[in-house]
Every structure is written in structure tokens, then in C-alpha cells.
Design a protein around this ligand. Structure first.
Ligand code: SAM
Length: 311
């Protein structure tokens, strides 16, 4: 029997975000690493992830997003996606830094990947190197042009960084019109281990300012009911650009609309991006031979531990 479980705040859970590895080929200075502390534990195998997704599916969770670390660091990523896509029929997506996507894009598409988010915080080579530590900007741009041929939507994750890329919004909107990818301007979240005010004060800029600016210059503004987000539409000589703003910090609306559970790369169900004190280990029992009912109750336990971080 399949049923949707709601948490204690009445929020249904309908999607799962799996960190498939904590390894990454970039060193983005602001990275929250999906709220994970480095565990150096062994990664889940494709079969183990499939088993956990089978349990998720019993709870009518039918959407999965793969993240990391960098998901394409796994050389079995195509198998992971193939196994997942048999179960997660509503959405199979991935967030990637795009440095290796060009090579994998059509394999992933054939394995069942439906859409992709590609991280791109700047179009300036020198800034890209400063933010990520490496010189892969051109590889990412090539991947974006390849991805838009295969997937819809392709979203560009642009984390707004005060004094670093806040002058690039209009350039990014033009790039999004040129490629056909949707631009997501994302508010900087405080990484777990950098939870100090000076880091936040130095780089955080509320996207409210960008939103106010876009309200003045956009051709059209739409409201996305599902995500409670505004969408700004632009037109550059017949080429359309869409911009969305994601504001997770101090935003009770963001938390009230959260329908997601996370799975860390070492197999722990994680009820909230911002917390590490309420994880539920599902991989150890699975490896020790737990049956479906036992794994199901661990899943339900993790859902019951969910609570809005920003209330
Ligand atoms: N390596 C992949 C990538 O770069 O997309 C997936 C993992 S990365 C942690 C997932 C997304 O989180 C990226 O778009 C990244 O920009 C975003 N991100 C990382 N740290 C963040 C932070 N402190 N605030 C907001 N977004 C962040």
C-alpha cells in the first residue's frame, strides 16, 4: 500500500534529495555541502540507493534529486540514475557543477534523468577561479549548451555573493536568454561549519534588492504557486529569459513549503538542510539485513523529526 506521510506540521513529503558522494572537484569557498559534515564513510552503492528509494516509493515519494559533493565524481552515476528512474516516475533531476556534464549528458538522459540544475556563479574567468578554486568556466559553459539540447528545464544556480557577483545579474540574464536556461538567483545560506556572523555579513546580500530591481525592469512577472516564487520574464530580441529568486534564509514561507527529505552520502536520512542533530541512519540497518517494514519505520521516524527551521 502507498500513502503520503505528513510531518507534525502537516507538511507532506513528496521528494528526496540524495547526496551520492561528498567528493567534489571544486572548492567553492561558500559551499554548505548540503549541510553534511565530512564523514569519510563509505558511499552507498547504486543497489543500496535503489533499495532506499523503494522504501520512499512506498510512502509515495516519487521525485528524486541527486546532489553531492559533485554527483558526476561517481563513475557509476549513470547506473544510479537508471535504477532510480524506474521508481521515481514524477521527477529525476540532478544538481551538478557542470564541469563534466558535457561528457555525461546524453548517457544520463538515456538513463532517465529528466532535468538538471547547473551551478554557475559568474561568467568571469578570474572570479570563477576565485570562487571555485579552479579554471573550469569554459567546461561549464560548454555543458550548459549541451544540456539545453537534451533537458527542459535547465536551471542555472547562481548564488548571490555580495561584492563578488552582485554586479553580474544583467549579464547572467542575457546569458540565460542566449542559452535558454532558467536563471535561479539563490540567497547565500550559512554553511554549517562556518556558522559565524562575519562570514554571513561579508558575503550575504538579500535577494530582495535584486527582486526589487527585477520588478522594475522585467517585461512580465508571474507567480509560481507551487514554489511560492516570483518568476521574472525578459525578452532580448526575441530570445526569452526567465529568472527565479530562491530565498531560504529566515524565511518561514520557504520552510512551510518544504516537502523534501534528504539522504546523506553515508546513508542517513536528514530531515532539514540546516540541522545535523536529528539524522536517522538507514544504511547501517539496511546493511545488517533489516526488512522493508523496519526500513519503512525508520523513514517515518525521519519524517516525524522534520520541523520548520525558520518558524
Ligand atoms: N556539486 C554540485 C553543484 O555544484 O551543483 C552539487 C552540490 S552543491 C552543494 C548544490 C547547490 O548548492 C549548488 O548550486 C551550490 O551553488 C549551492 N550552494 C552551496 N553552498 C551554498 C550556500 N552556502 N548557500 C546557498 N547555496 C549554496
Amino acid at each position: 500500500m502507498r500513502y503520503i506521510v505528513k510531518d507534525r506540521y502537516g507538511r507532506p513529503v513528496n521528494s528526496i534529495r540524495i547526496s551520492v558522494t561528498e567528493r567534489c572537484n571544486l572548492r567553492c569557498f561558500y559551499c554548505h555541502r548540503e549541510g553534511e559534515n565530512y564523514s569519510h564513510n563509505s558511499e552507498m552503492t547504486p543497489k543500496e540507493m535503489e533499495r532506499i528509494l523503494k522504501i520512499a516509493r512506498m510512502l509515495d515519494i516519487r521525485k528524486v534529486k541527486f546532489t553531492g559533493g559533485e554527483p558526476l565524481m561517481r563513475d557509476d552515476i549513470v547506473e544510479i540514475v537508471r535504477r532510480a528512474s524506474r521508481l521515481m516516475d514524477k521527477d529525476v533531476s540532478m544538481t551538478t557543477n557542470g564541469t563534466m556534464l558535457k561528457k555525461y549528458a546524453s548517457l544520463l538522459k538515456n538513463a532517465g534523468l529528466m532535468r538538471v540544475n547547473i551551478s554557475l556563479d559568474t561568467l568571469d574567468r578570474e572570479k570563477y577561479r576565485k570562487i571555485t578554486g579552479l579554471n573550469y568556466l569554459q567546461d561549464v559553459i560548454d555543458s550548459i549548451y549541451e544540456a539545453v539540447k537534451l533537458f527542459y528545464p535547465v536551471k542555472l544556480n547562481f548564488v548571490l555573493l555580495k561584492g563578488i557577483n552582485d554586479d553580474e545579474i544583467e549579464k547572467m540574464i542575457k546569458f540565460s536568454a542566449d542559452t535558454g536556461a532558467i536563471l535561479q538567483v539563490i540567497e547565500l545560506e550559512v554553511p554549517v561549519e562556518k556558522e559565524n556572523l562575519s562570514f554571513f555579513q561579508k558575503y550575504h546580500l538579500s535577494p530582495k534588492f535584486i527582486e526589487e530591481h527585477l520588478e522594475k525592469i522585467a517585461e512580465e512577472i508571474r507567480y509560481n504557486e507551487l514554489h511560492h516564487r516570483k518568476k521574472f520574464i525578459f525578452n532580448f530580441s526575441g530570445k526569452r529569459a526567465e529568472v527565479e529568486i530562491v530565498r531560504p534564509m529566515h524565511n518561514s514561507e520557504f520552510c512551510m513549503n518544504c516537502t523534501r527529505i534528504r539522504l546523506t552520502s553515508d546513508g542517513k536520512l536528514k530531515p532539514c538542510l540546516f540541522r545535523n542533530d536529528n539524522l536517522v541512519d538507514i544504511l547501517t540497518p539496511l546493511r545488517e539485513g533489516a526488512n522493508d517494514d523496519e526500513l519503512l519505520s525508520l523513514f517515518k521516524e525521519a519524517i516525524m523529526r522534520r520541523e520548520p527551521y525558520w518558524k
